[in-house]
Design a binder for this molecule. Sequence first.
Ligand code: C2E
Ligand code: CA
Ligand code: CA
Ligand code: CA
Length: 282
Amino acid sequence: AKGGDKGTWQRYQPELHTAMVRRLEVRAALHDAIEGDQFRPMYQPIVDLHTGLITGVESLVRWEHPARGLLGPFHFIEVAEESGAIIAIGTSVLRRALAQFARWKADDPEISLRYVSVNVSARQFRTPGFVDLVRQALADAGARPEWLLLEITESLVLRDADQVWADLRVLRAMGVRIAIDDFGTGYSSLSYLRQMPVDVLKLDKSFIDDILTSEQQRTMVDAIVTLARNLDLAVVAEGIEDAGQRAALAGMGCPYGQGYLFSKPVWPGEILELAQGVPELV
Ligand code: C2E
Ligand code: CA
Ligand code: CA
Ligand code: CA
């Protein structure tokens, strides 16, 4: 094993070896998964913190692996980004989300749902023709651009700013809205925020986790919510797990939230029922 003599242990690292083999296996299996259409989106409600109504849903992809069962993104998204498989996966997730949303609307025209939110990886966004793909996917699903919210990361918005910002402007001019996902975990400078062509900030769960216990975190969240309001940006607080967190956020004027308190991600068939029941107000 990791013997005493120098050099050998550097060459023999079983954990690293195993990790590499696993990545290669995932990479090969992803290819079959795309061919075999093994990806299944779940949807998690996004709630108006004031009324408790479900205003939107976020699409969260799962891989129905023939041998290993249902796998969350943790098991494959990173490898898919490296290999480029994320482009095909992301396209399928986007198309399904729009078709699904149109179906919910058709099944219940009175539904409180106003949009479906779709995660877009940086690699996918930068693929030439991404904007055209979105336009085509909307048309094919018979979906209105207002029904779609695209979640992108801070680092994408900050890197390659020229091309990315130009594409964001075209998407917004079409009526598609843009969210910055996991806001607060990256490097975005608050002064930049004023100019960014985006509509929504999704405040990362790490801020929400400590909101009741840390005065400092509370001050941060309060400041971001106030700034967002002044800049005409909506805020969605991620990862709300208890009523106290919800109350604190609502008290600060944070308009929207998402988290296990309201619902875990569910299968598409469960959304209509959830969207009808009004969760209890705090
Ligand atoms: P994310 O976009 O930040 O999504 C939120 C994650 O937090 C989801 O994990 C969700 O299930 C989980 N979550 C929501 N509420 C709570 C809560 O109250 N407590 C806790 N502990 N967790 C909560 P999930 O589904 O495992 O997704 C993980 C990440 O994978 C996502 O993070 C997103 O970055 C990525 N992802 C998911 N679907 C897609 C996709 O279709 N395309 C791309 N590019 N990335 C995706
Ligand atoms: Ca997201
Ligand atoms: Ca997020
Ligand atoms: Ca997050």
